[in-house]
Design a protein around this ligand. Structure first.
Ligand code: AMP
Length: 215
């Protein structure tokens, strides 16, 4: 199964990708996670990406495309993959088409996560992540038993810098300007599937599997 998850920040792409990865035994490739890891380790890529990420802007296409060429060539992608957060611009989508063509691969579908903007803002500004095990919580929808402490490992919860309210609004503007045009791009190609991502997580996964199964 080779899928793209498309949708605004906070639409639940990462959460659903983690579930589907387990169920389908495929790779979950999140460009945001790869970039954050690079920033944390101060790699040359991380040092170039940091400023863009902190201000809610997109990292330049050439850096992302090179990074994804390397990532898709790794052996764990052979069984299939979910691209979460990539492509995010039309030039990235065009580069991906070329890359998949060279690799002799075809996408099974592009899943568009549809969620009202107010819910996205609540999800993003309420999101907290355990600094130790990476478990994701939300102060509004899924809080911990002891505030600020991970239920699973006792680690301290953190908020991503780009989940602070001012940056969230900037990220949503960037999505509308630069990423939303991909909806038309994939609709024209005939491989877009719309999913109501405001419903319960279990239902979202079922809808995705049903839609992809039918194709
Ligand atoms: P995410 O975790 O997907 O919300 O990504 C966090 C940040 O990483 C974004 O706000 C961008 O700065 C950067 N980023 C992630 N994926 C991409 C991409 N495909 N193109 C450009 N920037 C990206």
């Amino acid at each position: 199964m080779k899928l793209i998850f498309l949708g605004s920040p906070g639409a639940g792409k990462g959460t659903q990708a983690a579930v589907l990865r387990e169920r389908q035994d495929i790779a979950h490739i999140s460009t945001g996670d790869i970039l954050r890891e690079n920033v944390k380790n101060s790699t040359p890529l991380g040092n170039k990406a940091r400023e863009y990420m902190d201000s809610g802007k997109l990292v330049p296409d050439d850096l992302i495309i090179d990074m994804m060429e390397d990532r898709l060539a790794r052996p764990d992608c052979a069984k299939g993959f979910i691209l979460d957060g990539f492509p995010r611009t039309v030039p990235q989508a065009e580069a991906l088409d070329l890359l998949l063509g060279r690799m002799g691969l075809e996408l099974d579908g592009v899943i568009l996560f549809e969620v009202p903007e107010e819910l996205v803002v609540q999800r993003l500004t309420g999101r907290r992540i355990c600094g130790q095990c990476g478990e994701i919580y939300n102060v509004r929808f899924k809080d911990t038993k002891v505030p600020g402490v991970c239920d699973r490992c006792g680690g301290v919860l953190q908020q991503r810098d780009d989940d602070k309210e001012e940056v969230v609004h900037r990220r949503l503007e960037v999505y509308e300007e630069q990423t939303a045009p991909l909806i038309d791009y994939y609709e024209t190609k005939g491989n877009l599937v719309r999913v109501d991502a405001s419903q319960d997580g279990d239902l979202v996964v079922k809808d995705i599997e049903k839609a992809v199964g039918k194709r």
